[in-house]
Design a protein around this ligand. Structure first.
Ligand code: PNW
Length: 459
């Protein structure tokens, strides 16, 4: 069994989820439709034909779920707020009954001694806003800020960390360039303006949250160290381009107030003015990490297994993207490369230096098919090994001088894994979706023991 390495005093241990992946109750308390309701209803979009209509039924079971988190010993819980519960049509006054759910959840967490960390937009855009142009429209950025004001006013006194956006890169790439996620558009490079509108929405929402009295504001941004498939100059060049598009067109404007060279021209609107908003100071920057990317020039050999998502890259792209070979893979087929986490954290430190606020790992985790015994126990030794190795990588980054303040496991519960449906299980807790029975996996027991050991030491 791995042990959690020594981490600085006050290091935050948490777990993360997202509204559409766990809540269910899609028609309750005035919730409007989201782009994911629409997308799931389209034949062929979700591998097993399922939807998030029930998911983990967390909307009705949040008390039990918070009890599981408390028992595990978590310091913090990162959840997302379903925008269509707060503004069923994407604008106008708050649906107070919709906000009530998060009010109850936040109070339940605080009573359990768990810090609430809220994401505002984890992909479930109100369908009415999509009908009005969605993230292709600049207006949507302003709508995000209005929604942020409503939520900040109600919960700003109790939520301890805020993230307006989750993974703008995945929304841009999978949702709008490749069409694998809602809203299912295949715009290719014409999706770049989406990135700008998301970033503008982020900046406006940061400002709106602060005006509403919220504090401790950041982002949860997915990042992948990007490796050229070979030393050939054309592979290096292709990898540098992909690295810029995947990682730095999202982090640079936020942390430096400028796009990487040459990208301003692809962005719509008064870009210079927008960048001032986009670079509104943050209290922390959250990195979601799953695996590195391996990139080759078109026509060159790509030794990595193609990543499902980006393997679907349309013809004519200036790069081919795969994943590193020679590493174990998760049940989902993603490569297990703990050192990639150390690498991306130290890259952030080197790239931004003094300008970098404290970092959090806002997501890291893995999917494996569970082995369920006759007695109901669930064995997932690979997940335990995965978490131990990635925490060790965090330790190494801290030793190298990176200010990392916390780590959130994706996820506390098995849940609706987007286009994969219920086939991929990322939870520390097994969910039997037929009965909604929750069973802590071995990895949960392991983490619980480790967190208890830490608490004893700090006492
Ligand atoms: C993240 N990729 O999504 C999301 O924030 C979660 O909602 C999701 O359940 C989790 O990771 C596991 O997938 C990603 O293709 C989706 O690189 C795709 C990629 C990365 C993250």
């Amino acid at each position: 069994m791995p042990e959690i390495p020594d981490l600085p005093a006050g290091f935050t241990f948490g777990a993360a989820t997202a509204s559409y992946q766990i809540e269910g109750a899609v028609d309750e308390d005035g919730r409007g439709a989201s782009v994911w309701d629409t997308f799931c209803a389209e034949p062929g979009r979700i591998k097993d034909g399922t939807t998030g209509a029930v998911a983990c039924d967390h909307f009705h079971r949040y008390v039990d779920d918070v009890a599981l988190m408390k028992d595990l010993g978590l310091d913090a819980y990162r959840f997302s707020i379903a925008w269509p519960r707060i503004q069923p049509s994407g604008q106008g006054p708050a649906n107070q009954v919709g906000l009530d759910f998060y009010d109850r959840l936040v109070d339940e967490l605080l009573a359990a001694g768990i810090e609430p960390a809220a994401t505002l937009f984890h992909w479930d855009l109100p369908q009415a806003l999509q009908d009005a142009g969605g993230w292709q429209s600049r207006e949507t950025a302003g709508r995000l800020a209005d929604y942020a004001t409503l939520v900040g006013e109600r919960l700003g006194d109790r939520v301890t960390r805020w993230m307006p956006l989750n993974e703008p890169v995945v929304v841009t790439l999978l949702g709008h360039a490749l069409g694998i996620h809602a809203p299912g558009l295949q715009l290719g490079f014409d999706a770049l303006p989406i990135a700008h509108h998301l970033l503008l929405g982020h900046g406006l929402a940061v400002q709106a949250l602060r005006s509403a009295g919220a504090t401790n504001i950041g982002i949860a941004s997915n990042h992948a160290p990007t490796w050229p498939a070979s030393d050939a100059p054309e592979d290096r060049e292709a990898a540098a381009l992909y690295d810029t598009i995947y990682n730095w067109i999202f982090a640079d404007p936020i942390l430096t107030g400028a796009y990487p060279d040459g990208f301003d021209g692809f962005m719509p609107g008064p870009v210079e003015e927008d960048l001032k908003i986009i670079s509104s100071p943050l209290d922390f920057f959250g990195v979601n990490y799953y695996q590195p990317a391996v990139v080759a020039a078109p026509g060159n050999p790509l030794p990595g297994n193609a990543i499902d998502e980006v393997g679907a890259m349309p013809e004519g792209m200036p790069f081919q993207v795969g994943q590193p070979r020679g590493f174990p893979t998760t049940g989902f087929g993603w490569s297990v490369v703990p050192d990639g986490l150390r690498e991306i954290l130290t890259t952030f430190q080197q790239r931004y230096g003094e300008r970098l606020p404290p970092l959090y790992i806002t997501e890291n985790g893995c999917s494996y098919p569970d082995v369920v015994d006759a007695d109901g126990s669930v064995h997932d030794a690979e997940r335990t090994a995965y978490l131990g190795a990635h925490l060790e990588a965090v330790r190494q980054a801290i030793d190298a001088g990176v200010d990392v303040r916390g780590y959130f496991v994706w996820s506390i519960l098995d849940n609706f894994e987007w286009a994969e449906g219920y086939g991929e299980r990322f939870g520390l807790v097994h969910v039997d979706f037929a009965t909604q029975r929750r069973t802590p996996k071995d990895s949960y027991r392991w983490l619980q023991e480790q967190l208890r050991g830490r608490a004893d030491q700090e006492r």
